[in-house]
Design a protein around this ligand. Structure first.
Ligand SMILES: Nc1ncnc2c1ncn2[C@@H]1O[C@H](COP(=O)(O)OP(=O)(O)OP(=O)(O)O)[C@@H](O)[C@H]1O
Ligand SMILES: [Mg+2]
Length: 247
C-alpha cells in the first residue's frame, strides 16, 4: 500500500511520477495501486558506520526501486553516495547499524558479498576509468570482474553481466570524453529491460541526457533529502545545490 514511491517523495503531495522520463526508457512508471511484486530493492532506514572508526556515514536511507526503473543519485562530495552503494554490495569497510534492505524479496544484508553479486546485484566501483578501444560491454564486464577478482571468483563472460537485475554504477562518467560517455550510455541503455533496473551515481546532468532517469535523488549528509524526476538534475546543473535547497 503506497509503497511504490519512496517515502521521502510522499512528504510533498505535489510530487508526481515522472512519466515523461520513464517513457524515455520505454517503461511505464508504477503507481500506488500496483502490487509490490515488481519491487527489486527496498531500502528502509538504512544506517551504516565505517567499520574501523565507527563514524556514522549513512543516517537513514529510504529507497524503493522497481523493475524497469532508472534511479540517479546526485549529491555533493562526501554526502555518502559511494558509501551507500558499497554498503549495498557488502563492502567490509562499512557496518550496517540499522534499517533493512530487501532485494528480490530477500534480506540482502544477511548475504555475503559474493552471494549478492550472484543474486543479481552488480556494481561498478567509482574510480578513474580509462576505456580506450574497449567495447561497451567489455567495460561493464571489466567493472564487474574487478569486483569478482577481489572476491577470488572466476570472471564473468560478456553475456553473464547482462543478467544483472540491479546494476549500480558509481560515476561511470568520471574521466570519460563525450564519445566514450555515449558508448557507455548506449551500453547501459542496452542493458535495460522491463525486468531489471539501474542505480547510477553521477555529478553531471550530461549522463542523464543519455540515460534517462525515472527518478533523481539528492543525497545529503547520509540521507536522501529530495526526490524528483529528470528536471531536478537540470535545476541542479543550472543553479547548483543552492538552487534546489528549498524547492
Ligand atoms: N572507508 C572510509 N573510512 C573513513 N571515512 C570514510 C570511508 N568511506 C567514506 N568515508 C567518509 O564518508 C563520507 C562519505 O563518503 P562517500 O565516498 O560515500 O561520498 P560520495 O558522496 O561518494 O562523494 P564523492 O561525490 O566525492 O564521490 C566522507 O566524509 C568520507 O570521507
Ligand atoms: Mg563517491
Amino acid at each position: 500500500m503506497g509503497q511504490s514511491q519512496p517515502t521521502h517523495t510522499r512528504k510533498k503531495n505535489s510530487m508526481q511520477l515522472p512519466r515523461a522520463a520513464a517513457a524515455a526508457v520505454d517503461i511505464e512508471p508504477q503507481n500506488a495501486s500496483t502490487s509490490n511484486s515488481n519491487v527489486l530493492l527496498e531500502v528502509k532506514g538504512l544506517t551504516a558506520v565505517v567499520t574501523e572508526s565507527r563514524q556514522e556515514i549513512l543516517k537513514g536511507i529510504d529507497l524503493i526501486i522497481h523493475q524497469g526503473e532508472v534511479h540517479a543519485i546526485m549529491g555533493k562530495n562526501g554526502s555518502g553516495k559511494s558509501t551507500f552503494s558499497k554498503v549495498l554490495v557488502g563492502h567490509p569497510d562499512y557496518e550496517v547499524t540499522g534499517g533493512t534492505v530487501i532485494f528480490k524479496g530477500e534480506n540482502l544484508l544477511d548475504k555475503e558479498p559474493e552471494v549478492r553479486c550472484h543474486s543479481g546485484l552488480f556494481m561498478s566501483f567509482q574510480s578513474p576509468v580509462e576505456i580506450p578501444g574497449v567495447s561497451n560491454m567489455d567495460f561493464l564486464r571489466m567493472a564487474c570482474n574487478a569486483r569478482r577478482s577481489t572476491l577470488g571468483l572466476t570472471e564473468l563472460g560478456p553475456l553473464e553481466v547482462l543478467e544483472a537485475d540491479l546494476a549500480i554504477l558509481d560515476e561511470i562518467d568520471s574521466g570519460l570524453d563525450v564519445d566514450a560517455l555515449q558508448d557507455v550510455a548506449k551500453a547501459v541503455n542496452g542493458l535495460l529491460t522491463t525486468k531489471n533496473a539501474v542505480l547510477m551515481i553521477t555529478h553531471y546532468q550530461r549522463l542523464l541526457d543519455s540515460i534517462k532517469p525515472t527518478y533523481v535523488h539528492i543525497m545529503e549528509n547520509g540521507r536522501i533529502v529530495k526526490t524528483g524526476n529528470a528536471s531536478l538534475a537540470k535545476q541542479l546543473e543550472e543553479g547548483g545545490y543552492r538552487a534546489i535547497a528549498d524547492v
